[in-house]
Design a protein around this ligand. Structure first.
Ligand code: PGA
Length: 254
């Protein structure tokens, strides 16, 4: 298996000093992270300092969002170009918390993905159904729509990478474990949908599908033991350096 991708999404959960402290602790442990690709996504306000802290280590920097234009009259927005200046390699796009709380539309998400690809930042497209959609039997419909609207008409150059994070909305922050068989099955569906959108070779070599939703050091092994689960997006359990390092140690074991 290729190196698993472990992305820490710190959300808006830490103040500045706690973020920097966490970045330092994670960096301290990072010598042990060989064989795992680790990405930290702090708040924008800490991006520059976290970049300085992790410089020279094998940890990469991610951002939790960006705007869909490089420059212009967009008060309060963050250009992906500015993120590039701070060595940001990944950007989360379309997280369910943004879709729900900020009215982020699939058109906006598409434009963000498109722009990120042009400047060599890897978009991490977050998709997933709500509990109601699942109850109504709409899970596959939702995943199909979200993937198509995000990626339709995009062309990937050889150096471009994409990550799709499958995050069932009802599992995020809930502490629930999901049956790994179901996650494996959903990842298979997502992979199949990607084959409709890109050439097979592109999907196999340039796209990763990862899982997110209450991942912790107890349950990670059962998810990434399935080869189709190529990594995890971790929220709550990434906020404590010791716990996060245990997650990485579990990923390394496989
Ligand atoms: P969680 O968050 O691990 O706290 O469930 C995951 C996410 O929202 O990306």
């Amino acid at each position: 298996m290729e190196n698993p991708l472990i992305i820490a999404n710190w959300k808006m959960k830490l103040n500045a000093s706690d973020s920097l402290d966490l970045a330092k602790r994670v960096k301290k442990a990072s010598a042990k992270y060989n064989g795992v690709e680790v990405v930290l996504c702090p708040s924008f306000t800490e991006i520059a300092q976290v970049n300085e802290i992790i410089k020279g280590s094998n940890i990469k920097l991610g951002a939790q969002d960006c705007f869909w234009e490089e420059q212009g009259s967009f008060t309060g927005e963050i250009s992906p170009k500015s993120l590039q200046d701070y060595d940001v390699k990944y950007v989360l796009v379309g997280h369910s918390e943004r879709r729900q709380n900020l009215g982020e539309t699939e058109e906006m998400i598409h434009k963000k993905v498109r722009l990120l690809l042009t400047i060599d930042i890897t978009p991490v497209l977050c998709i997933g159904e709500t509990f109601e959609e699942r109850q109504d039997g709409l899970k596959d419909v939702v995943l199909t729509r979200q993937l198509h609207n995000a990626f339709n008409g995009l062309w990937l150059n050889k150096s471009d990478r994409l990550v799709v994070a499958y995050e069932p909305v009802w599992v995020i922050g809930s502490g629930q474990d999901i049956d790994p068989d179901e996650i494996e099955h959903t990842h298979q569906i997502i992979r199949q949908l990607l084959y409709d959108l890109f050439e097979d070779r592109v999907v196999d070599e340039q796209v990763k599908i990862i899982y997110g939703g209450s991942v912790d050091s107890e349950n990670i092994a059962q998810y990434i033991a399935r080869p189709i689960v190529q990594g995890v997006l971790v929220g709550g359990a990434s906020l404590d350096a010791t716990h996060f390092s245990t997650i990485i140690a579990q990923a390394k074991k496989l």
